[in-house]
Ligand binder design. Sequence first.
Ligand SMILES: [Zn+2]
Length: 492
Amino acid sequence: MTLRLFNTLPGQIEPLAPADGAALRMYACGPTVYDYGHIGNFRTFLQVDVLRRFLKLTGVRVRHVMNITDVDDKIIRNAAAAGIPISEYTAKFEQAFFEDLDALKVERPEVLPHATEHIGKMVELVQKLEAEGAAYKTEDGSWYFRLAAFPQYGKLSKKDLGGMEDGARVDVDEYEKDSARDFAMWKAAKAGETAWDTPIGRGRPGWHLECSAMAMEFLGDNFDLHAGGEDLMFPHHENEIAQSEMATHKPFARHWMHVRFLLVEGKKMSKSEGNFYTLRDLMLKGYKASAIRLALISVPYRHQLNFTFDGLTEATSAISRLRTFHERLTAGNFEAGENPDLQQAAKKAETEYMAALANDLNTAEARAPIFDLVRAGNTAIDQGHLLADDRDAILAVLKDFDAVFDVIRDDDAELTKRALAWAEEAGRIGEVSAEVREGSALTDEAIEALVVERTQAKKQRNFARADEIRNDLASKGVVIEDSKDGVRWKRK
Ligand SMILES: [Zn+2]
């Protein structure tokens, strides 16, 4: 099964397979480690995770490179304000970034280069571009890319760049003007700034140069896929293409994947709107990492996601349905044999699930047959129709589902505990909801003891005490469920 994925460059869906037949070489723009990541950043990383997990599920080997930008204007400014070296400043946020990726179960790319460790390659690229007549040095010692040297500029974003003025320059990494400008690849050192002494002068690389140099260093001049958020298409990705293709005279990435922005409660996420959330903000409010993962991937990457708290609640209960069903299958005793209807249902779910993902990673359509199967399976268990071979067939489908979605395995309690420990350290414990604080203080053993006490109270017809225990646990985020199979409890 070959994935068909929208390619921004030609503007159409195309098959995506490794050109060398061995491994799919892909580059995804990574974080600038100057602050905690917000859910908009993480949506992009999660959607790229869905891509790489699905490729692996279909048997494609992946060589995935993601840069860590550990030097830029903001980092230099913030480190100076904190009075510490930039490496010390970025180390803290890099560690936080990986903790967040782990909490969200984002797989690590195969290669994670730091910009500051590849300055030599960036300098070489500027030298090559100078030899091509596409780079020039300004009076202060900075180096710029000459846009007029690359007439195809704009081919990715298809922007109308009519306002392009020869020689007009911009020295910041991010700019929003539609009219293109010669952009800084290398910035001359200013007094007191972190800088490197190199053959092209003393200074530091710009962000665009970093990605071109590191992508080609680890993947070759021409590779299979380049991914990033839609906000990076212009100018960042256009600049990467211009630098790389001018230097090598070969096409840079063949396939471009852009993940759309999200809205939060219907509005653009911003600090001034009060709807700006890091992963940690949400976890302190009591939302589980698994629910945040599911909510952020359940809308396909090319669609705008409206991230809402209702959506998070929906994701929480969907995961709970999956986990409860999975537990019923693994813990239950089923008679030998198979039920043709369930065998058929499992096959259908698997086929539809894989087909939906192969169709431009349609995660929303991929979810639906899995939840249909959960419903059918639960009904069959209730009626005693589910047999041992059916259990195996259904578990195999859930395994493939989790190979991409990864929400059934439950380590939410541990992750919440870690978020609390961080809040304590960061002086943010006051933001933690009471339910989370108290629930986390409650050990599994303490909960078990209360559940046993409640069962005994019910037997003795002491319903007041039984209700009291149930309500007390509920206020601490623990739910008790009475079912035919006995009493179960779980953390909400
Ligand atoms: Zn990049």
